[in-house]
Design a protein around this ligand. Structure first.
Ligand SMILES: NC(=O)c1ccc[n+]([C@@H]2O[C@H](COP(=O)([O-])OP(=O)(O)OC[C@H]3O[C@@H](n4cnc5c(N)ncnc54)[C@H](OP(=O)(O)O)[C@@H]3O)[C@@H](O)[C@H]2O)c1
Length: 310
């Protein structure tokens, strides 16, 4: 097979989800610059092909494309099959794909220049307030947020786990968010239950997420102490964090960590962020390429390990 012949046996293989734009595309570029063979995945084949062309234009040739919709189990299975046949292992999985869990009131890239001028006069809090004012939290968007950000990520991990275990240094980086830290939960019992991963099970996590959606639909989410403002996004990322910790304990041979890239100018923030996608991606790649050491089940905020998920 062409790839088996041209690649040294110890070449590391990485998969990045949602990599046609934003932080994901930059993560692919930076991994490829580090000599890693990158499988750039995207929901849309056309956008994926364009992204590959951009990287090839930078003389990064060891980048391949594979379609992946993280909410579609058959699409995930096709990717797993492809990786198994082509490489027989996976060294690094970067779960980057996500949605905002909200309906935006403006196009992410419309009139970007004048928006940028406005943002330059704002601090972080003012930018977040602006973002909040330009989003609506609907039930359908909240449900899509959980389905994509948590269940989609989890299904990708489950399907690729055997390939990661076939690597001698398998790593998962879940691109999470400081919005997923438990300080945003205002119900102390709930916060403690999600934080105590020695008792929390995946089944219980599912029940809690179902409860969140019921409360959201009934308009009682705030009163019950769920996070406010980007509620579904925060809950989905808190679930990703909790699941990462549960899995890290079950799979001690792997390194499974969460990375907050920082507040980045990308479509998901309507480009209101403070960092460039390059800067955000480097905070993710740092975690993917952690030097030897057995850090697992940890949360990294802009490259620095936090003491807890609270
Ligand atoms: N930007 C920030 O300030 C910030 C802060 C904290 C965490 N993060 C996290 O960083 C990651 C990257 O976000 P970003 O800022 O680069 O946002 P972005 O520019 O909006 O990129 C999101 C990516 O996810 C993809 N995606 C969405 N649903 C998908 C699905 N079902 N299957 C496959 N791909 C899907 C999108 O594909 P399409 O182009 O096809 O829609 C896009 O490529 C996310 O996990 C986000 O939560 C971002």
């Amino acid at each position: 097979m062409e790839d088996a012949i041209s690649r040294p046996r110890n070449t590391r293989i990485a998969v990045v989800t949602g990599a046609n734009r934003g932080i994901g595309l930059e993560v692919c570029r930076q991994l490829a610059v580090n000599g890693i063979t990158v499988v750039l995945t995207a929901l849309d084949e056309g956008m994926g092909a364009e992204a590959i062309e951009k990287l090839k234009g930078l003389a990064l040739s060891d980048v391949l494309f594979h379609q992946l919709d993280i909410t579609d189990v058959s699409s995930i299975a096709r990717l797993a099959n492809f990786l198994n046949t082509r490489f027989g292992k996976l060294d690094i999985l970067v779960n980057n794909a996500a949605v905002g869990g909200v309906v935006y009131s403006q196009d992410p890239v419309d009139d970007l220049e004048s928006r940028e001028e406005k943002f330059n006069l704002m601090d972080r809090d003012q930018r977040l307030e602006w973002l909040c004012r330009n989003c609506r939290e609907t039930y359908n968007a909240a449900k899509e947020g959980l389905q994509t950000n948590y269940y989609g990520t989890k299904h990708v991990i489950e399907a690729l786990l055997p390939l990661l275990k076939a690597s001698d240094d398998g790593r998962i980086v879940n691109v999470s968010s400081d919005f997923g830290l438990l300080r945003h939960f205002r119900n102390e019992d709930l916060k403690q239950e999600v934080n105590d991963v020695s008792k929390l099970t995946e089944e219980r996590l599912d029940q809690l997420l179902d409860q969140f959606l019921r409360d959201f639909k009934a308009g009682t989410a705030e009163a019950r102490g769920w996070p406010v403002a980007f509620a579904a996004y925060k809950v989905s990322k808190a679930a990703v964090n909790a699941y990462s910790r549960i899995l890290a304990a079950k799979q001690p041979a792997l390194r499974i960590n969460c990375a907050h890239p920082g507040y980045v100018k990308s479509d998901i923030t309507l480009h209101s962020g403070l960092l460039t996608p390059e800067e955000g991606a480097s905070n993710v790649v740092k975690v993917a390429l952690l030097p030897d050491g057995r850090v697992t089940g940890a949360f990294f905020e802009e490259g620095k390990k936090l003491a807890s998920f609270v």
